[in-house]
Each structure stands twice: as C-alpha cells, then as structure tokens.
Design a binder for this molecule. Structure first.
Ligand SMILES: Cc1cc2nc3c(=O)[nH]c(=O)nc-3n(C[C@H](O)[C@H](O)[C@H](O)COP(=O)(O)OP(=O)(O)OC[C@H]3O[C@@H](n4cnc5c(N)ncnc54)[C@H](O)[C@@H]3O)c2cc1C
Length: 522
C-alpha cells in the first residue's frame, strides 16, 4: 500500500470540494482532493444550472438571498466563460398570491438585490410564449451557469497552483488517534489499489454523502436529504430564466440552458444519496406547473428527466421539518467544537451559486487552524481559461458558417444534435488522460445530451475511442452509457419522445445486436 502526506485533504469533487481545493491551492497550501467518481457526478452535475440573483430566497431565506446576490456579481467576473447572461423574470400568474409581489419587491430592495418591474407588453416582447394572463413581471439578474465547464476550470486552477486532484479515488475509512483524525484509507477504483494518506486537516465536502464520511470519523452529522426532480424540454422555450413570484415551491422555475429549457423542481425527503428514482407524479406536476407559465408547454416534447439530492443542514431544533422548509444557507462545521474531534471540518448545504463563498469560509478556518496568515483571493482571481476550450453550440455554428465542413476526416460529424466532430473527440482523448469512458466524453463535449439522446453518436464515439484507449471501451461501457440515457427518457416516454426511444432501442438491439442476450430479438 503506497502512502502520501499533505496539509489538506478534501473529500469530494463537487463544486464545494473543488472550490475549497482551489482556494487552498491559491493560498499556497499543499492540497489533495479525492473524488470517488468523476467531477460533477454528484449534485453538482444534477441541477438547473441557475446562477441565482438572490430573488428566489428574498423572503424565505434572506441570508441565502444575500449570499447569492453577492456571489452572482463575483462569479460573473471570475468565471464569465461558464455563464450565459440570460437575465431572469419573476412573474405573478393568476394562481399566485396577489399580495406576494409587493412584499417580495421590498425584501429584494432591502437586500440590495437589483429588481426592475417591467410592463406586461415588454415582458411578452421579450418572452412571447409566456402566459398573457400574468399580472406582474420583474427583471432580475439570474443567469445560467454550466457546472461541468466550471468544474473543469476549477480542476485546472487547482493543478496550476500545485494541488492534486485524484479522480476515481474513494475514501474507505478514516483513522483516529484519540481525539484527532490522522489518516485516510483511500481506494483507487480504476485499479483496485489502496493508498494511505496522512493530512493536517481533513475536509468533508461530500455533499449528500457527507454523513457517510462523518460516520467513518465516528461523529454524528444532522443532515437531511431532499430529492429534486427536473425535466429538460427538447427546445429552448424561453431565453430568460422564468420564476413564479411566490414562495419557493414545486415546479416554479424554467431555466434556458444551451439548446433546452429545464423545468424544476420537486423536493422529496429521502434517506440515501442514491435515491434518485423519479415518480410519475413529479413529472406530471412539473409539466402542469410549467403550463401555467407557458400555456401549451404540456404539448411540447420533454427530452429527459433526472434527479439530484440536496444536502441540507438540519440542526435539532428543525428535527421534523420538511426539506422544503429547511434553509438553503451553508454551514462550515469545525468538529473540534461540535464533537471534540480535531483536524476535521465538514462543509454542508449552500448552492452552486455560493460555492466560492463556502470555500472562502472553510479555507479561512483551515488557515486559522494551521496558523497560516494568507488572505483569500478567489473573489478577484479569474479562473484559468483558454479560448475555444468549451463546447458551445453557437461557437460551433459560427465555425461551420466560416468554414463549411468537411475539410478532413476530423470534420466528420459524430453528434448531429450538439455538432461534435471526430476532431473534437480526438482532441479530448489525446489531451485528457482522466477521460476513460463515454460518460466522461459526454461531460466534456455533450455527446448524447441532445434531442436524439445518444441514438447515433454513442456508437460512433465508442468506435473512435476504441482506437485511442489502451483498453478500449467494452460493450458493457457502451451498454451503461446508452442505458443511462434511456433511464432519463423512460419517465417522459410518450408521444414523439417514446418514438425516439423505440427507434434508438431498435438500432441498439436489432441492428447492432448490442444489448444483453435476453433483450435481443432474433
Ligand atoms: C434538484 C436540484 C436543483 C438545484 N438547482 C440549483 C441551481 O439551479 N443553482 C444553484 O446554485 N444550486 C442548485 N442546487 C444546489 C447545488 O446543486 C448544490 O448545492 C451543489 O451542487 C452541491 O455541491 P457539493 O459539491 O456540495 O455536492 P456534490 O456535487 O454532490 O459533490 C460531492 C462529491 O463527493 C463525492 N464523494 C462522496 N463520497 C465520497 C467518498 N467516500 N470518497 C470520495 N468522494 C466521495 C461524490 O461522488 C460527489 O461527487 C440544486 C440542487 C438540487 C438537488
């Protein structure tokens, strides 16, 4: 078993953990981050992608609202390439309480959240599909943010400042020496080897898995888990984020992301971080509520549904509260204070929008404990970015207009929905050793995420990758990728979505005879 030592070990490669490792590396600390899977596999890759203006929580959770508003301004400066400035609308439909907009408007003003009331004709000019019976409409500074791109930038930032990111490394156990945490036992899932890592401080940023980590350290964590289901519609039905102007509840947001519109979300208390099953009522409810904002939405084509799990701090006084009622604010728990266990910190809750602030508070505490006098600089340090680094459909279309394809074999289209070329795939395979399967390619290039949901591109990408990987993706890898896509389609499989799913299934099972024996027709 090999061994390693570091000043700070961060457990979890979601945006919270990556933000902490980035901040620590920028302050010159020796930091290692471990992630059991790939970045963005947890909640950080399973949300709406809304960069909150703060408006949503202005009345229900003012502390979170204030944090979101200030972090929104900062992220626009330091991570501008991952953000699309869609703007946001809060609108009052005939089903919403009439006294809410005025109370909400004054709460926003009180919290310095920029809001402007606009006329209904201006609203409809901007978003013609919105319900003409909406009575009031307000503009806010919501935006959409690509968390996969953000995560990639954070990894780059960590590595450029000497930090180490170990993907597919799972924490298996934590070793205590009396009242101090001293060592972590880690498994490299890709080859089954084990590693012992000693650190001055252990940071639990495992999101919905945070309680599993504290259990390894033999301390209790009051954590509640709330599952939220989301539905992606096959078109970008709005260009602006649209929120209902009422107390946050189920199905009250639509976020335009890339080529699709995302409807969110429900909030169902669950016990496990892997309880991601979607119930039919959740999809029905999201479509029905969406229809109040965009009449006729029910008849549009849903592309897929998925769920994410919110990790929410639930102190004893909120013991029986529903997860919807729990505050979205974050906590940085020093287990020396709460449980008498030294060298262990948990960072819980918050939003993707507030990940930088959570990291700043956590690393301030880390520096205090290590007696290091280094100030946080993440609010003014742009994340490293190279032009052309990201997958963006508009920039691909521009490129296509300038230089019509094909020029070479590299210009062969692999994914028609997201315009991914053979050359794009080869570039990623050559330059990113961490990419080991089709799902990694999906997160980098969006293959399989468009309207056909991997109907064609999965096989082409699999063939191209098999020329590159030292051990080519097995049929099992292809199977997992395709089935993961179908899993998301199944909850919304009716009408043309069902036709597309059946079409893809027949290509897979009949034409390519690629499914398990039992599923192949003769
Ligand atoms: C439905 C839904 C919608 C949301 N929408 C928004 C939104 O629009 N805007 C917004 O700002 N916020 C949103 N949020 C909140 C936001 O997504 C989360 O606050 C954020 O992603 C949490 O990130 P995290 O890093 O704490 O957790 P995660 O992203 O879950 O990261 C934890 C990581 O720890 C890893 N891990 C676990 N156990 C181990 C182990 N033993 N060893 C190594 N690694 C381990 C996991 O694999 C995982 O990758 C939403 C949340 C949900 C559920």
């Amino acid at each position: 078993m090999s061994s390693l030592s570091t000043q700070v070990l961060v457990i979890g490669g979601g945006t919270t953990g990556l933000g902490i490792a980035w901040d620590a590396a920028l302050r010159g600390l020796k930091v290692v981050l471990i992630e059991q899977s790939d970045i963005g596999q947890g909640t950080s890759g399973r949300h709406h992608g809304l960069l909150h203006s703060g408006g949503r929580y202005a009345l229900s959770d003012p502390a979170s609202a204030r944090d979101c508003a200030s972090e929104n301004r900062i992220l626009r400066k330091i991570a501008s390439h991952t953000i699309e400035d869609t703007g946001g609308l809060f609108v009052a439909t005939p089903s919403d309480p009439v006294d809410y907009p005025d109370r909400w408007f004054s709460a926003c003003s009180h919290l310095n959240i920029p809001v402007e009331e606009i006329s209904l004709s201006t609203m409809l000019e901007r978003e013609p599909l919105l319900n003409p019976r909406i009575s009031r409409s307000f503009l806010v500074q919501d935006a959409s943010i690509d968390s996969f791109d953000l995560a990639h930038l954070l990894v780059k930032g960590i590595q450029e400042h000497g930090g180490v990111v170990l993907l597919r490394h799972r924490l298996e156990s934590l070793i205590r020496h009396q009242d101090r945490l001293v060592e972590a036992k880690i498994k490299d899932i890709s080859n089954g080897t084990s590693l012992r890592l000693s650190a001055n401080l252990f940071i639990n940023a495992a999101g919905p898995w945070a309680k599993t980590i504290t259990t390894m350290a033999e301390v209790e964590l009051p954590l509640a888990l709330g599952k939220g289901t989301l539905v992606a519609m096959s078109h970008r039905l709005v260009n602006t984020v649209v929120n209902r102007c009422k107390r946050p509840s189920d199905g009250d947001i639509i976020v335009p992301v890339g080529t699709v519109a995302i409807l969110g979300t429900t909030d169902v208390p669950v016990k496990e971080p892997t309880s991601l099953d979607i119930q039919p009522w959740e999809v029905d409810l999201l479509l029905a509520e969406g229809d109040l904002l965009l009449p006729g939405l029910r008849d549009s084509r849903p592309l897929r549904a998925w769920a994410g799990i919110r990790p929410l701090y639930q102190p004893a006084e909120n013991g029986n509260a529903h997860t919807r009622a729990l505050l979205r604010a974050h906590v940085v728990l020093d287990h020396e204070e709460t449980d008498g266990l030294q060298c262990f910190i948990s960072v819980i809750g918050g939003k993707l929008t507030t990940f930088r602030l959570m990291a700043e508070e956590a690393v301030d505490l880390i520096c205090d404990k290590l007696e290091i006098d280094q100030k946080c600089s993440t609010a003014s340090t742009p994340l490293p970015h190279e032009s052309g680094q990201f997958h963006s459909l508009p920039s691909r279309l521009e490129k296509l207009e300038e230089h019509p394809y094909p020029h070479s074999i590299n210009d062969q289209i692999v994914c028609e929905c997201e315009l991914v070329m053979r050359g794009d795939i080869e570039l990623v395979l050559e330059n990113s050793p961490a990419v080991t399967d089709l799902d990694d390619l999906r997160r980098d290039l969006r293959i399989g995420m468009g309207p056909c949901q991997a109907g064609f591109c999965a096989y082409r990408a699999c063939a191209i990758s098999s020329e590159h990987f030292s051990s080519p993706p097995s049929l099992k890898g292809l199977h997992n990728f395709v089935y993961e896509r179908w899993k998301g389609i199944r909850p919304v499989a009716w009408g043309s979505t069902l036709q597309q799913m059946e079409f893809s299934r027949r290509i897979y099972l009949d034409l390519l005879a690629a499914g398990p024996e039992s599923e192949n027709r003769s």
